[in-house]
Design a protein. Structure first.
Ligand code: ZN
Length: 436
Protein backbone atom coordinates (compact mmCIF):
# COMPACT_ATOMS: atom_id res chain seq x y z
CA UNK A 1 0.00 0.00 0.00
CA UNK A 2 1.28 3.38 -0.92
CA UNK A 3 0.56 6.28 1.38
CA UNK A 4 2.10 9.07 -0.65
CA UNK A 5 0.95 12.43 0.61
CA UNK A 6 0.63 15.14 -1.98
CA UNK A 7 2.99 18.05 -2.23
CA UNK A 8 0.59 20.97 -1.72
CA UNK A 9 2.28 23.01 -4.46
CA UNK A 10 2.11 20.35 -7.16
CA UNK A 11 -1.29 20.64 -8.86
CA UNK A 12 -0.17 18.52 -11.83
CA UNK A 13 0.71 15.59 -9.56
CA UNK A 14 -2.63 15.93 -7.76
CA UNK A 15 -4.48 15.98 -11.05
CA UNK A 16 -2.67 12.90 -12.33
CA UNK A 17 -3.23 10.97 -9.11
CA UNK A 18 -6.96 11.72 -8.99
CA UNK A 19 -7.60 10.99 -12.65
CA UNK A 20 -5.68 7.70 -12.33
CA UNK A 21 -7.60 6.67 -9.20
CA UNK A 22 -11.01 7.49 -10.67
CA UNK A 23 -10.14 5.84 -13.99
CA UNK A 24 -8.92 2.66 -12.28
CA UNK A 25 -11.85 2.25 -9.91
CA UNK A 26 -14.43 -0.27 -11.19
CA UNK A 27 -17.92 1.15 -11.12
CA UNK A 28 -21.15 -0.64 -10.27
CA UNK A 29 -23.63 0.85 -12.72
CA UNK A 30 -26.57 1.08 -10.36
CA UNK A 31 -29.34 1.94 -12.83
CA UNK A 32 -29.43 0.89 -16.48
CA UNK A 33 -31.96 -0.47 -18.95
CA UNK A 34 -29.41 -2.89 -20.41
CA UNK A 35 -30.38 -6.57 -20.33
CA UNK A 36 -28.44 -9.79 -20.18
CA UNK A 37 -28.36 -11.75 -23.46
CA UNK A 38 -30.70 -14.36 -21.95
CA UNK A 39 -33.50 -11.79 -22.40
CA UNK A 40 -33.01 -11.97 -26.15
CA UNK A 41 -30.24 -10.45 -28.23
CA UNK A 42 -31.46 -7.82 -30.68
CA UNK A 43 -28.55 -8.81 -32.91
CA UNK A 44 -27.08 -5.37 -33.14
CA UNK A 45 -30.49 -4.01 -34.11
CA UNK A 46 -30.70 -6.24 -37.15
CA UNK A 47 -31.98 -9.72 -36.41
CA UNK A 48 -34.37 -9.87 -33.46
CA UNK A 49 -36.66 -6.89 -32.82
CA UNK A 50 -38.07 -8.59 -29.71
CA UNK A 51 -34.66 -9.00 -28.06
CA UNK A 52 -34.26 -6.82 -24.97
CA UNK A 53 -30.44 -6.60 -25.17
CA UNK A 54 -29.83 -3.62 -27.46
CA UNK A 55 -26.40 -2.91 -28.91
CA UNK A 56 -24.65 -1.87 -32.11
CA UNK A 57 -24.49 1.14 -34.37
CA UNK A 58 -28.14 1.25 -35.45
CA UNK A 59 -29.36 1.19 -31.85
CA UNK A 60 -26.75 3.75 -30.78
CA UNK A 61 -27.66 6.23 -33.50
CA UNK A 62 -31.43 5.84 -33.02
CA UNK A 63 -31.23 6.45 -29.24
CA UNK A 64 -34.28 8.49 -28.32
CA UNK A 65 -32.17 11.53 -27.34
CA UNK A 66 -30.95 11.68 -30.94
CA UNK A 67 -34.43 11.16 -32.38
CA UNK A 68 -35.55 14.32 -30.56
CA UNK A 69 -32.48 16.13 -31.86
CA UNK A 70 -32.91 15.14 -35.52
CA UNK A 71 -36.45 16.57 -35.55
CA UNK A 72 -34.93 19.94 -34.69
CA UNK A 73 -32.78 19.75 -37.84
CA UNK A 74 -35.30 18.09 -40.15
CA UNK A 75 -38.64 19.30 -38.75
CA UNK A 76 -41.87 17.33 -39.03
CA UNK A 77 -42.98 19.66 -41.86
CA UNK A 78 -40.21 18.09 -43.97
CA UNK A 79 -40.32 14.55 -42.63
CA UNK A 80 -43.44 13.71 -40.63
CA UNK A 81 -43.33 11.68 -37.43
CA UNK A 82 -45.26 8.90 -39.19
CA UNK A 83 -42.80 8.88 -42.06
CA UNK A 84 -39.94 8.59 -39.59
CA UNK A 85 -41.54 5.77 -37.58
CA UNK A 86 -42.45 3.91 -40.76
CA UNK A 87 -38.81 3.71 -41.82
CA UNK A 88 -36.75 0.64 -40.93
CA UNK A 89 -34.33 1.02 -38.03
CA UNK A 90 -31.44 1.20 -40.50
CA UNK A 91 -33.16 3.93 -42.51
CA UNK A 92 -33.81 5.88 -39.30
CA UNK A 93 -30.15 5.52 -38.33
CA UNK A 94 -28.99 6.64 -41.81
CA UNK A 95 -31.27 9.69 -41.54
CA UNK A 96 -29.88 10.65 -38.12
CA UNK A 97 -26.26 10.01 -39.09
CA UNK A 98 -26.58 12.16 -42.21
CA UNK A 99 -28.27 15.10 -40.50
CA UNK A 100 -26.63 15.13 -37.07
CA UNK A 101 -23.15 13.72 -37.72
CA UNK A 102 -22.23 14.45 -41.35
CA UNK A 103 -24.10 17.60 -42.36
CA UNK A 104 -24.02 19.04 -38.81
CA UNK A 105 -21.50 18.90 -36.00
CA UNK A 106 -22.50 16.50 -33.18
CA UNK A 107 -21.94 19.05 -30.42
CA UNK A 108 -24.71 17.80 -28.15
CA UNK A 109 -23.80 15.39 -25.35
CA UNK A 110 -25.78 12.58 -27.00
CA UNK A 111 -23.98 13.26 -30.28
CA UNK A 112 -20.56 13.39 -28.69
CA UNK A 113 -21.42 10.17 -26.89
CA UNK A 114 -21.66 8.20 -30.13
CA UNK A 115 -18.33 9.66 -31.26
CA UNK A 116 -16.66 8.63 -27.97
CA UNK A 117 -18.09 5.10 -28.24
CA UNK A 118 -16.79 4.60 -31.76
CA UNK A 119 -13.36 6.01 -30.94
CA UNK A 120 -12.96 3.94 -27.78
CA UNK A 121 -13.94 0.83 -29.75
CA UNK A 122 -11.05 1.62 -32.11
CA UNK A 123 -13.23 2.85 -34.99
CA UNK A 124 -12.88 6.10 -36.93
CA UNK A 125 -15.94 8.18 -35.99
CA UNK A 126 -15.67 10.25 -39.19
CA UNK A 127 -17.22 7.85 -41.68
CA UNK A 128 -19.77 9.43 -44.02
CA UNK A 129 -22.08 6.41 -43.94
CA UNK A 130 -22.86 3.76 -41.35
CA UNK A 131 -21.88 0.81 -43.54
CA UNK A 132 -18.30 0.43 -42.22
CA UNK A 133 -19.67 0.35 -38.66
CA UNK A 134 -22.40 -2.12 -39.57
CA UNK A 135 -19.77 -4.42 -41.02
CA UNK A 136 -17.66 -4.17 -37.85
CA UNK A 137 -20.59 -4.74 -35.48
CA UNK A 138 -21.84 -7.70 -37.54
CA UNK A 139 -18.57 -9.42 -36.71
CA UNK A 140 -19.10 -9.13 -32.93
CA UNK A 141 -20.96 -11.68 -30.87
CA UNK A 142 -23.08 -10.25 -28.09
CA UNK A 143 -21.59 -12.27 -25.28
CA UNK A 144 -17.97 -11.36 -25.97
CA UNK A 145 -18.96 -7.82 -26.83
CA UNK A 146 -20.52 -7.35 -23.37
CA UNK A 147 -17.15 -8.25 -21.81
CA UNK A 148 -15.38 -5.81 -24.11
CA UNK A 149 -17.76 -2.97 -23.32
CA UNK A 150 -17.60 -3.62 -19.55
CA UNK A 151 -13.82 -3.60 -19.69
CA UNK A 152 -13.67 -0.38 -21.71
CA UNK A 153 -16.21 1.28 -19.40
CA UNK A 154 -14.62 -0.12 -16.23
CA UNK A 155 -18.00 -1.47 -15.08
CA UNK A 156 -18.00 -4.46 -12.73
CA UNK A 157 -21.75 -5.03 -12.66
CA UNK A 158 -24.69 -3.89 -14.79
CA UNK A 159 -27.83 -3.36 -12.74
CA UNK A 160 -30.88 -3.98 -14.93
CA UNK A 161 -34.38 -2.52 -14.60
CA UNK A 162 -36.83 -5.39 -14.75
CA UNK A 163 -40.40 -4.54 -15.62
CA UNK A 164 -42.79 -6.95 -13.95
CA UNK A 165 -45.73 -5.22 -15.62
CA UNK A 166 -44.32 -5.79 -19.11
CA UNK A 167 -45.97 -8.96 -20.39
CA UNK A 168 -43.07 -9.67 -22.72
CA UNK A 169 -40.48 -9.53 -19.94
CA UNK A 170 -42.62 -11.12 -17.22
CA UNK A 171 -43.26 -14.18 -19.36
CA UNK A 172 -39.51 -14.63 -19.83
CA UNK A 173 -38.98 -14.69 -16.07
CA UNK A 174 -41.81 -17.18 -15.57
CA UNK A 175 -40.60 -19.49 -18.34
CA UNK A 176 -36.92 -19.37 -17.43
CA UNK A 177 -36.14 -19.11 -13.70
CA UNK A 178 -32.40 -19.06 -14.55
CA UNK A 179 -32.76 -16.07 -16.88
CA UNK A 180 -30.78 -13.76 -14.59
CA UNK A 181 -27.96 -16.14 -13.77
CA UNK A 182 -25.45 -14.16 -15.85
CA UNK A 183 -22.96 -12.94 -13.20
CA UNK A 184 -22.39 -9.67 -15.08
CA UNK A 185 -25.96 -8.54 -14.43
CA UNK A 186 -28.19 -7.99 -11.39
CA UNK A 187 -31.94 -7.45 -11.31
CA UNK A 188 -34.16 -4.68 -9.97
CA UNK A 189 -37.91 -5.01 -9.54
CA UNK A 190 -39.64 -2.09 -11.26
CA UNK A 191 -43.21 -1.64 -10.06
CA UNK A 192 -44.48 1.72 -11.38
CA UNK A 193 -47.99 0.51 -12.16
CA UNK A 194 -48.70 -0.45 -8.53
CA UNK A 195 -48.35 3.20 -7.54
CA UNK A 196 -49.37 4.99 -10.70
CA UNK A 197 -52.49 3.08 -11.78
CA UNK A 198 -53.76 0.76 -9.06
CA UNK A 199 -56.99 -0.35 -10.82
CA UNK A 200 -54.99 -1.49 -13.85
CA UNK A 201 -52.34 -3.13 -11.65
CA UNK A 202 -55.06 -4.86 -9.60
CA UNK A 203 -56.55 -6.22 -12.82
CA UNK A 204 -53.15 -7.67 -13.78
CA UNK A 205 -52.56 -9.14 -10.32
CA UNK A 206 -55.93 -10.91 -10.38
CA UNK A 207 -55.01 -12.42 -13.76
CA UNK A 208 -51.78 -13.68 -12.22
CA UNK A 209 -53.61 -15.35 -9.33
CA UNK A 210 -53.52 -12.75 -6.55
CA UNK A 211 -56.78 -12.08 -4.70
CA UNK A 212 -56.77 -8.27 -4.74
CA UNK A 213 -59.57 -5.76 -4.75
CA UNK A 214 -59.82 -2.36 -6.46
CA UNK A 215 -60.93 -0.85 -3.12
CA UNK A 216 -58.04 -2.39 -1.20
CA UNK A 217 -60.56 -4.49 0.75
CA UNK A 218 -60.43 -8.16 1.78
CA UNK A 219 -57.10 -9.91 1.26
CA UNK A 220 -55.59 -7.13 -0.83
CA UNK A 221 -52.80 -6.08 1.52
CA UNK A 222 -51.61 -9.64 2.16
CA UNK A 223 -51.89 -10.54 -1.50
CA UNK A 224 -49.92 -7.51 -2.72
CA UNK A 225 -47.25 -8.41 -0.17
CA UNK A 226 -47.24 -11.97 -1.48
CA UNK A 227 -46.86 -10.62 -5.03
CA UNK A 228 -43.89 -8.46 -3.98
CA UNK A 229 -42.20 -11.33 -2.13
CA UNK A 230 -42.75 -13.68 -5.07
CA UNK A 231 -41.12 -11.31 -7.53
CA UNK A 232 -38.31 -10.20 -5.25
CA UNK A 233 -37.51 -13.91 -4.84
CA UNK A 234 -37.85 -14.73 -8.51
CA UNK A 235 -35.65 -11.83 -9.65
CA UNK A 236 -33.32 -11.89 -6.63
CA UNK A 237 -33.84 -8.14 -6.94
CA UNK A 238 -31.37 -5.94 -5.10
CA UNK A 239 -33.79 -3.03 -4.87
CA UNK A 240 -37.25 -1.94 -5.98
CA UNK A 241 -37.59 0.98 -8.40
CA UNK A 242 -40.33 3.43 -9.28
CA UNK A 243 -40.41 6.38 -11.62
CA UNK A 244 -43.01 8.52 -9.90
CA UNK A 245 -45.89 10.22 -11.71
CA UNK A 246 -45.99 14.03 -12.14
CA UNK A 247 -47.07 15.81 -8.97
CA UNK A 248 -45.98 12.90 -6.79
CA UNK A 249 -46.79 13.55 -3.15
CA UNK A 250 -46.64 11.50 0.02
CA UNK A 251 -49.00 11.35 1.75
CA UNK A 252 -51.42 12.22 -1.05
CA UNK A 253 -55.06 12.85 -0.07
CA UNK A 254 -56.06 12.47 -3.72
CA UNK A 255 -54.60 8.95 -3.95
CA UNK A 256 -55.62 7.02 -0.84
CA UNK A 257 -54.86 3.68 -2.52
CA UNK A 258 -51.30 4.83 -3.24
CA UNK A 259 -50.81 5.78 0.42
CA UNK A 260 -52.07 2.33 1.44
CA UNK A 261 -49.82 0.66 -1.11
CA UNK A 262 -46.80 2.44 0.36
CA UNK A 263 -47.72 2.17 4.06
CA UNK A 264 -49.28 -1.27 4.25
CA UNK A 265 -47.54 -3.21 1.47
CA UNK A 266 -44.33 -1.79 0.07
CA UNK A 267 -42.65 -0.37 3.17
CA UNK A 268 -43.28 -3.41 5.40
CA UNK A 269 -42.03 -5.88 2.75
CA UNK A 270 -38.92 -3.85 2.00
CA UNK A 271 -38.13 -3.23 5.68
CA UNK A 272 -38.52 -6.93 6.42
CA UNK A 273 -36.16 -7.86 3.60
CA UNK A 274 -33.75 -4.96 4.06
CA UNK A 275 -34.14 -3.81 0.45
CA UNK A 276 -34.15 -0.12 -0.60
CA UNK A 277 -36.79 1.64 -2.64
CA UNK A 278 -35.37 3.74 -5.48
CA UNK A 279 -37.45 6.76 -6.37
CA UNK A 280 -36.90 8.52 -9.67
CA UNK A 281 -38.85 11.72 -9.32
CA UNK A 282 -39.66 14.36 -11.91
CA UNK A 283 -40.44 12.88 -15.31
CA UNK A 284 -43.54 13.81 -17.24
CA UNK A 285 -44.34 11.44 -20.07
CA UNK A 286 -45.39 12.23 -23.59
CA UNK A 287 -45.68 16.01 -23.83
CA UNK A 288 -45.05 15.33 -27.53
CA UNK A 289 -46.49 11.83 -27.93
CA UNK A 290 -45.54 11.69 -31.61
CA UNK A 291 -41.91 11.44 -30.49
CA UNK A 292 -42.70 8.31 -28.42
CA UNK A 293 -39.85 7.68 -25.91
CA UNK A 294 -38.26 10.95 -26.99
CA UNK A 295 -41.35 12.98 -26.08
CA UNK A 296 -40.92 13.23 -22.29
CA UNK A 297 -39.72 16.15 -20.14
CA UNK A 298 -38.50 16.73 -16.63
CA UNK A 299 -40.23 19.03 -14.19
CA UNK A 300 -39.78 20.36 -10.69
CA UNK A 301 -41.46 18.27 -7.99
CA UNK A 302 -42.31 18.72 -4.32
CA UNK A 303 -39.42 17.63 -2.08
CA UNK A 304 -41.81 16.99 0.83
CA UNK A 305 -42.57 13.52 -0.53
CA UNK A 306 -38.91 12.60 -0.01
CA UNK A 307 -38.60 13.82 3.58
CA UNK A 308 -42.04 12.52 4.58
CA UNK A 309 -41.04 9.04 3.41
CA UNK A 310 -37.59 9.17 5.02
CA UNK A 311 -39.03 10.44 8.32
CA UNK A 312 -42.13 8.26 8.28
CA UNK A 313 -40.28 5.02 7.56
CA UNK A 314 -36.99 5.12 9.47
CA UNK A 315 -36.58 1.35 9.07
CA UNK A 316 -36.62 1.72 5.27
CA UNK A 317 -33.92 2.97 2.94
CA UNK A 318 -34.53 5.25 -0.05
CA UNK A 319 -32.38 5.80 -3.11
CA UNK A 320 -33.45 9.10 -4.64
CA UNK A 321 -32.71 10.88 -7.89
CA UNK A 322 -34.64 13.88 -9.19
CA UNK A 323 -34.85 15.04 -12.78
CA UNK A 324 -35.22 18.80 -12.39
CA UNK A 325 -32.12 20.89 -11.89
CA UNK A 326 -34.27 23.04 -9.58
CA UNK A 327 -34.70 20.14 -7.12
CA UNK A 328 -31.00 19.31 -6.69
CA UNK A 329 -30.09 21.66 -3.88
CA UNK A 330 -33.07 20.86 -1.67
CA UNK A 331 -32.52 17.15 -2.27
CA UNK A 332 -28.97 17.50 -0.91
CA UNK A 333 -30.25 19.44 2.09
CA UNK A 334 -32.89 16.80 2.84
CA UNK A 335 -30.31 14.00 2.50
CA UNK A 336 -28.22 15.76 5.19
CA UNK A 337 -31.09 15.13 7.60
CA UNK A 338 -31.73 11.48 6.82
CA UNK A 339 -29.10 8.76 6.73
CA UNK A 340 -31.66 6.46 5.11
CA UNK A 341 -31.48 8.44 1.84
CA UNK A 342 -28.85 7.71 -0.80
CA UNK A 343 -28.79 10.44 -3.43
CA UNK A 344 -27.78 9.02 -6.79
CA UNK A 345 -27.03 9.92 -10.39
CA UNK A 346 -27.47 12.80 -12.79
CA UNK A 347 -30.54 11.59 -14.57
CA UNK A 348 -31.47 11.99 -18.25
CA UNK A 349 -31.59 15.74 -19.05
CA UNK A 350 -29.07 16.34 -16.24
CA UNK A 351 -26.56 13.98 -17.81
CA UNK A 352 -24.65 16.83 -19.44
CA UNK A 353 -21.12 17.85 -18.51
CA UNK A 354 -21.98 21.32 -17.19
CA UNK A 355 -24.77 19.96 -14.98
CA UNK A 356 -22.87 16.88 -13.79
CA UNK A 357 -20.07 19.23 -12.76
CA UNK A 358 -22.43 21.60 -10.93
CA UNK A 359 -24.44 18.84 -9.21
CA UNK A 360 -21.42 16.73 -8.19
CA UNK A 361 -19.71 19.81 -6.76
CA UNK A 362 -22.83 20.74 -4.77
CA UNK A 363 -23.26 17.20 -3.46
CA UNK A 364 -19.64 16.96 -2.31
CA UNK A 365 -19.95 20.30 -0.56
CA UNK A 366 -23.17 19.33 1.23
CA UNK A 367 -22.80 15.59 1.69
CA UNK A 368 -19.09 14.77 1.52
CA UNK A 369 -18.35 11.46 -0.21
CA UNK A 370 -21.65 9.82 0.88
CA UNK A 371 -23.62 9.68 -2.38
CA UNK A 372 -23.50 7.84 -5.71
CA UNK A 373 -22.59 10.52 -8.24
CA UNK A 374 -23.67 8.77 -11.38
CA UNK A 375 -25.51 5.95 -13.08
CA UNK A 376 -25.51 5.45 -16.82
CA UNK A 377 -29.25 4.91 -17.45
CA UNK A 378 -27.94 3.26 -20.63
CA UNK A 379 -30.56 1.61 -22.80
CA UNK A 380 -28.00 0.44 -25.30
CA UNK A 381 -25.06 -1.60 -24.05
CA UNK A 382 -22.42 0.39 -25.94
CA UNK A 383 -23.48 3.61 -24.17
CA UNK A 384 -21.75 2.40 -21.02
CA UNK A 385 -18.49 3.34 -22.74
CA UNK A 386 -19.24 7.02 -23.26
CA UNK A 387 -21.41 7.62 -20.22
CA UNK A 388 -18.65 6.43 -17.87
CA UNK A 389 -15.80 7.91 -19.89
CA UNK A 390 -17.41 11.37 -19.78
CA UNK A 391 -18.65 11.18 -16.18
CA UNK A 392 -15.43 9.85 -14.70
CA UNK A 393 -13.51 12.80 -16.09
CA UNK A 394 -15.93 15.30 -14.59
CA UNK A 395 -16.04 13.54 -11.21
CA UNK A 396 -12.22 13.55 -11.15
CA UNK A 397 -12.05 17.25 -12.08
CA UNK A 398 -14.44 18.18 -9.28
CA UNK A 399 -12.51 16.05 -6.78
CA UNK A 400 -9.24 17.71 -7.81
CA UNK A 401 -10.64 21.12 -6.91
CA UNK A 402 -11.93 19.86 -3.58
CA UNK A 403 -8.62 18.18 -2.67
CA UNK A 404 -6.71 21.32 -3.69
CA UNK A 405 -8.91 23.36 -1.35
CA UNK A 406 -8.30 20.87 1.47
CA UNK A 407 -4.55 20.85 0.88
CA UNK A 408 -4.56 24.63 0.96
CA UNK A 409 -6.43 24.46 4.27
CA UNK A 410 -3.68 22.27 5.68
CA UNK A 411 -5.03 18.74 5.29
CA UNK A 412 -2.63 16.05 4.07
CA UNK A 413 -4.35 14.24 1.19
CA UNK A 414 -2.88 10.79 0.63
CA UNK A 415 -3.11 8.57 -2.41
CA UNK A 416 -4.91 5.98 -0.29
CA UNK A 417 -7.54 8.52 0.68
CA UNK A 418 -8.08 9.45 -2.97
CA UNK A 419 -8.51 5.78 -3.89
CA UNK A 420 -10.88 5.25 -0.96
CA UNK A 421 -13.05 8.18 -2.07
CA UNK A 422 -13.15 6.91 -5.66
CA UNK A 423 -14.18 3.48 -4.36
CA UNK A 424 -16.95 4.92 -2.18
CA UNK A 425 -18.34 7.18 -4.88
CA UNK A 426 -18.23 4.76 -7.78
CA UNK A 427 -19.15 1.52 -6.04
CA UNK A 428 -19.16 1.07 -2.27
CA UNK A 429 -21.68 3.70 -1.17
CA UNK A 430 -24.24 1.96 -3.32
CA UNK A 431 -23.14 -1.55 -2.35
CA UNK A 432 -23.24 -0.73 1.36
CA UNK A 433 -26.64 0.88 0.99
CA UNK A 434 -28.28 -2.09 -0.78
CA UNK A 435 -26.79 -4.53 1.70
CA UNK A 436 -28.21 -2.52 4.59
ZN1 ZN B 1 -33.90 4.79 -16.24
Amino acid sequence: MTTTTLDPTDRAALSQMVHDAVAAQPVTDLHTHVYAPSFGDSGGGQTNPDGLLLWGIDELVTYHYLIAEVFRVVPPSELSYDQYWNMSKQQQADHIWKHLFVENTPLSEAGRGVVTCLSRLGLDPNEKTLEPYRKWFSEQDADGYIDRVMELAGVDSIIMTNEVFSDHEREMWVENPAIADDPRFEAVLRIDKLLVDWPAAAHDLREWGYDVDDDFAGNTVDEVKRFLHDWLDRMRAIYVATSTPPGFAYPDPDHPERNKMIEQCLMPVLAQRGIPWALMIGSKRGINPALRDAGDIGQKENISAVYNLAAGFPDNRFMVTMLARENQHELCVVARKFGNILVFGCWWFLNNPSLIDEITRMRLELLGPTFAPQHSDARILDQLVYKWDHSRRIIADVLIDKYADLIQAGYAVSEDAVKRDARLLLRDNFRTFVRG
